[in-house]
Design a protein around this ligand. Structure first.
Ligand code: GTP
Ligand code: ZN
Length: 317
């Protein structure tokens, strides 16, 4: 800001010693924090307030060879899921989410839709990668199943990570460059193949972080941040948890606005508080149709909408 500066308040000794860092790994309440010079150390939260997640910018204070997190800086966004009981954070300050699914094992359209809705709710751009193009008949079926998603504007990338890694990297890198991307997907879709292919030494790094956080015990970290480039501009974040994607932070009446194909029609319904399930004059219901019409809402999408609406309408405890 221009103008006359107010004399800065003298920072307390502790505040002066605080350093900035990025949370690159987390397990339970403990995290690994990376400093600007690339060095990493384990940090513990101070009290309940400073609960940090991967992707958080934090102020931390050294205490012997570990540290305490003094403050979590304001987040640009937070991607999380919520079941009846608890909230589970994936990561903060994301630029986009890459949902990696595959021709085989067959993906669940409901799981995909849940993740897309959560991304829309957090204001984070989702990309879809469909892996295993070499498994031709299964891939063709899966590609067709994704037609409604392409139609509603999502980018769907055909991949074959074990067959043509270099070409897939060339396809992905322009989309990933300079951004932090959370990679999510069901087991077996190729998440490890993707991360190991794009981040040399990723598996060794994961081992190091897990070991540091668990003092050698055999558990993996919940979420890990990887730099793709040496300049540390492009990041992939690996996180489990695609399978149980609770959306309890979303109101049922908000759902349609988070599903682009439904949202495109919802403004035209006769009743402003239309649930798009049974009302007369519902523009969403009027567009439910199989086929490739540009504004068609696929029957499966509408069915999933109905199931989620019902689920989110259950009384909460
Ligand atoms: N045919 C084919 N197989 C692939 C391709 N990409 C990955 N796979 C195989 O699919 C299997 C699962 O790949 P992973 O990378 O381990 O999948 P993941 O998503 O990390 O799975 P989890 O470790 O269970 O979470 C492995 O046997 C891979 O070799 C591909 O493009 N084509
Ligand atoms: Zn309606």
């Amino acid at each position: 800001m221009a103008g006359r500066a107010r004399p800065a308040a003298r920072p307390s000794a502790a505040a002066a010693d605080q350093q900035e860092g990025l949370v690159v790994g987390s397990h339970g309440r403990h995290c690994v924090v990376e400093s600007a010079d690339g060095s990493r150390r384990i940090c513990h939260p101070r009290g309940k307030k400073s609960q940090a997640v991967v992707g958080d910018r934090v102020l931390w204070l050294a205490s012997q060879d570990e540290g305490t997190i003094e403050r979590v800086q304001e987040r640009r966004n937070l991607f999380y899921r919520q079941d009846e009981i608890r909230t589970k954070s994936f990561a903060a300050n994301l630029d986009q989410i890459l949902l990696l699914i595959a021709a085989e094992p067959e993906f669940s359209e409901q799981q995909l839709t849940r993740a897309l809705i959560a991304a829309e709710a957090a204001g984070i751009r989702p990309l879809i990668g469909l892996n295993k193009e070499d498994l031709a008949p299964a891939f063709a079926r899966a590609w067709q199943k994704l037609a409604p998603y392409r139609r509603m504007g999502y980018t769907v990338l055909p991949l074959a990570l074990t067959e043509r890694l270099q070409a897939d990297r060339d396809l992905l890198m322009p989309l990933l460059q300079g951004r932090s991307t959370l990679v999510l997907g069901p087991s077996g879709a190729g998440k490890s193949t993707l991360i190991n292919g794009l981040v040399p030494g990723a598996s060794a790094l994961t081992g190091e972080i897990s070991q540091a956080l668990n003092s050698g015990r055999h558990t993996t970290t919940t979420t890990t941040w990887y730099w793709v480039d040496e300049a540390r501009q492009t990041a992939l974040i690996d996180s489990p948890g695609f399978q149980e994607f609770g959306l309890h932070h979303i109101e049922p009446m908000q759902l349609a606005s988070l599903m682009p194909d439904l949202a495109a029609q919802a403004g035209e319904c006769k009743f402003y508080n239309c649930t798009h399930l049974h009302e007369p004059g519902c523009a969403v219901l009027a567009h439910v149709a199989s086929g490739d019409a540009p504004e068609a809402i696929s029957p499966q999408r509408h069915r999933i909408y109905g199931e989620l609406f019902e689920e989110l309408s259950q009384p909460r405890y």
